[in-house]
Design a protein around this ligand. Structure first.
Ligand SMILES: [Fe+2]
Length: 345
């Protein structure tokens, strides 16, 4: 496995780059906007293809690199379903898995620092975001933080993992790089409390100043969505209602870009084809299935995904590849559902 821990000294943020092999797919956790060039250089140097960028939570101390990485690599941006970031490409919740070639992260919902805080377990190691830090825990005094929820996340989820599990947090300000669950159980001063009430008392009396970047970072991090309006301005977008009216018409092919897990969980549009976003290029290039289908039948190709983010990128790629009829459903399955569009499992 390729595993890199990268550091942004300005915000004290750790960013992690993961891949199963050279030449394979890669995933990045908690990227910082100002460091995006460095990540992409490393991705090239290690001969990797960045396919997913994940944030453990909506950060208040730095601007996320999610949007820039998505724009420059067309990777899928991932956050938890509670996130107030306007639109991310894929949202996950407790029990889901985030997969790339050769690697699978188990998703644990660990609220407390914020209400959209997640941890990700990869075999022998866990990425704890700001839920559990090395000899500390993330503050709980803003962004819907809740010390009770954090106590529950730490004691009933993280501390239940094997003691040798490696702990990789999103931040450290003293130069520590890694710990273990067993070590934190023994030596984390915040976990010396005897009850949840005592923990709440401690956390409510930290009296910390707000992060320097907070007024910039929080609003910026809520706007990582693609400007789907740009695709709409080119005439390549359908509203959910327009798409529902076209559903089942002979001249139209709906194409689902989501992963199998998302399809199983949320259902699919009846009669649609499946072309996972990660393999899109093979479908839309000359000779690819969608390219040939559109050329041979003249059918209109209508992409859809969870929120319209991946499909907006797919429309651009398909148009670039010469599929002039390509368009997408603005807002994705989320919009389709609220317009009462039919779904099958
Ligand atoms: Fe944070």
């Amino acid at each position: 496995m390729i595993f890199r821990q990268l550091f942004d000294a300005t915000s004290g943020t750790y960013t992690y780059l993961l891949a199963s092999r050279h030449g394979g797919e890669a995933l990045v956790i908690d990227p910082v906007l100002e460091r995006v060039d460095r990540y992409l250089q490393l991705v090239r140097e290690l001969d990797l293809k960045l396919v997913k960028a994940v944030d453990t939570h909506l950060h208040a101390d730095h601007v996320t690199g999610l949007g820039a990485l998505r724009d420059r690599t067309h990777c899928i941006s991932v956050m938890g379903e509670q996130s107030r970031a306007d639109v991310v490409s894929m949202r996950v919740t407790e029990g889901d898995r985030i997969t790339i070639e050769g690697l699978s992260l188990d998703v644990l919902y660990t609220p407390g620092h914020t209400d959209d805080s997640y941890s990700f377990l990869l075999r022998d190691r866990i990425f704890t975001g700001d839920t559990l830090l090395i000899r500390g825990t993330g503050r709980t005094d803003f962004q819907n933080g809740d010390p009770r929820a954090q106590y529950d996340s730490i004691y009933n989820k993280l501390m239940k993992l094997p003691e040798e599990t490696l702990v990789y947090p999103a931040h450290d300000y003293k130069g520590e790089t890694v710990s273990t669950i067993g070590e934190e159980k023994l030596f984390n001063p915040r976990l010396k409390v005897k009850s949840i009430d005592e923990y709440v008392e401690v956390m409510n009396n930290l009296k910390l100043a707000n992060p320097k970047m907070m007024d910039v970072a929080v609003p910026a991090n809520m706007q990582v969505g693609l400007r789907q309006a740009e695709i709409a301005n080119k005439g390549w977008a359908l509203s959910a209602a327009e798409a529902i009216a076209l559903c089942g018409r002979p001249g139209v092919t709906m194409v689902d870009l989501r992963e199998q897990g998302e399809r199983d969980k949320h259902g699919v549009i009846p009669g649609s084809l499946h072309a996972p976003y990660s393999e899109l290029h093979a479908f839309v290039r000359a000779g690819g299935m969608l390219h040939e289908l559109a050329a041979a039948t003249g059918k209109r190709v209508v992409f859809y995904c969870a929120y319209g983010e991946r499909s907006a990128m797919a429309v651009q790629a398909a148009q670039d590849a010469g599929i002039g009829s390509a368009c997408h459903i603005e807002g994705g399955i989320a919009a389709w559902k609220s317009a009462s569009g039919p779904l099958t499992r």
